[in-house]
Design a protein around this ligand. Structure first.
Ligand SMILES: [Zn+2]
Ligand SMILES: [Zn+2]
Length: 468
């Protein structure tokens, strides 16, 4: 009797549809071995899975070196490679994949098989640096992960460990070590939250104190988290450029990429949506390509790789109060979505890859160094009602930081929280800025007179007026 005549065939069909894999339990690649993992409905055995992950990450890194047009036989990058290592799942897997592909000594067997002139014998990058940014001084109660990170990175003999601390972002001696200019710490006046302006020189606070003061002045928990990510990002960029790296590899998996895309767009970062995927950055003539070799590999595959290869995952630091931030809420949503509908996450990334801003911009944001659309402060002033006073919109002087910020960073500094996560009236008025924010143009421009509103004029002479 065939299965079609079986009375329970309908129920069987329903059961079939619920299966997570399409056809059989045999590996789709070698078509021999029993499958060990299902990646978006396709079954792979362990060996083929290993090959697939090595191939996918290598393809993205190779493309980043050779560009899309030319097919060079010998791959050679103009500088070294820097791998960002947070201790989380993605960057741990990335470090393992990158060192296996590019930084192992080729076995004799490989040399005999492929000949001494095989392009894989030349190193694509001479050196690999692995950077870990410790963020424990940003908040109370965080543990210092530096030693654990160093131990994990020590498993890979071909790489150089570079320890950084998040407070380096406010440390002039670090800024000097990466050749940064100018060498002056600055603060910004945040009294008027539409117009963060009038940059002045800081009066000598320590890096940790400046960092805490910067974070505590931010208006929302979401802003604090975004700021921490931006500080880490900029520390990585400047360190990579100063060490002569041409490529910076981030361990962003497909899952974390779709989380950061949605979270960034929802915080006003839509103008730089392309930069979430792939990015070119230049500083003092050094060109740096930021690449995400895991952007086709989901979190589940990363977890399987880590498990099968016995990787130690020290875990990312959990920031306090982050549960209700936009980032965490987006993460909960996307991770839940990926569990039930595994293809949706790659759809988010593929759809976002087609998005582009209407106009291109030549200017870069002073804080995050991503492309910034011009005149956002003026635009924000015109499109949103910030006050019922009719004459609030003043003309900014050239010294104002608002001219140099992207929409997302402007929002990070000035957005208001309905819950009042951070009490603004208690927050310090002068916000210390990261060392790179003091671009030459901002600090050296001669201070101009700021046009004051009639409200501000009235406030200034309020003590001399008689009550009528
Ligand atoms: Zn197989
Ligand atoms: Zn920005």
């Amino acid at each position: 009797m065939s299965s079609c005549e079986n009375p329970s065939s309908e129920a069987d069909a329903l059961m079939q549809r619920r299966k997570k894999y399409d056809k059989s339990k045999i590996c789709v690649k070698c078509k021999e071995k029993h499958g060990s993992i299902i990646i978006r409905h396709a079954v792979y055995c362990r060996d083929c899975f290993t090959e697939v992950l090595l191939y996918r990450s290598r393809r993205i890194l190779d493309l980043a070196v050779q560009g899309r047009s030319s097919k060079k036989r010998t791959l050679k990058a103009p500088g070294d490679l820097m791998v960002a290592y947070s201790g989380g799942l993605g960057s741990s897997v990335l470090l393992d994949l990158v060192t296996r592909t590019y930084f192992v000594d080729r076995s004799e067997e490989f040399t005999q098989r492929s000949g001494i002139n095989h392009p894989r014998h030349t190193r694509v990058w001479e050196k690999a640096y692995v950077v870990h940014v410790d963020i424990s001084s940003a908040f109370e109660g965080l543990q210092d992960h530096m030693q654990a990170a160093q131990k994990c990175i020590g498993r890979y003999p071909g790489v150089t460990f570079v320890p950084l601390h998040i407070e380096d972002a406010f440390d002039i001696s670090w800024w000097q070590s990466v050749g940064g200019m100018p060498e002056t710490p600055v603060v910004v006046d945040l009294t008027d939250d539409l117009l963060p302006c009038r940059i002045t020189i800081d009066e000598g606070r320590g890096p940790k104190e400046s960092l805490r003061s910067f974070l505590s002045s931010l208006p929302t928990q979401t802003a604090v988290h975004t700021a921490v990510q931006n500080l880490i990002r900029m520390l990585l960029l400047h360190t990579a450029a100063s060490r002569g790296c041409s490529h910076l590899a981030l361990g962003t998996s497909l899952t974390s990429l779709s989380i950061s895309l949605i979270a960034s767009i929802s915080q006003g970062g839509g103008f730089a949506v392309r930069e979430e995927l792939e990015e070119d950055w230049a500083s003092n003539g050094t060109k740096l390509k930021i690449t995400r070799p895991l952007h086709e590999i989901g979190m589940k595959e990363c977890a399987a790789w880590a498990w099968w290869n016995n990787l130690t995952i020290i875990g990312k630091q959990k920031l306090p109060g982050g549960k209700h931030g936009i980032g965490s809420l987006t993460k909960d949503f996307i991770v839940g979505l990926e569990r039930d509908y595994p293809s949706t996450v790659s759809t988010i990334v593929r759809t976002s890859a087609k998005l582009a801003p209407k106009q291109l911009s030549n200017s870069r944001c002073s804080l995050c160094q991503r492309p910034a659309q011009p005149d956002i402060a003026e635009w924000k002033g015109k499109t949103s009602i910030r006050s019922l006073q009719p004459d609030e919109h003043t003309v900014l002087d050239d010294n104002a930081l608002s001219h140099a910020l992207c929409y997302a960073c402007h929002t990070t500094l000035t957005s208001r929280s309905s819950r009042g996560a951070v009490n603004r009236s208690e927050a310090p008025r002068h916000l210390p800025l990261p060392v790179w924010a003091a671009s030459t143009q901002l600090v050296q421009a001669p201070p101009r007179r700021t046009r004051v509103t009639s409200q501000q004029q009235k406030a200034a002479i309020a003590d001399y007026l008689l009550d009528t």
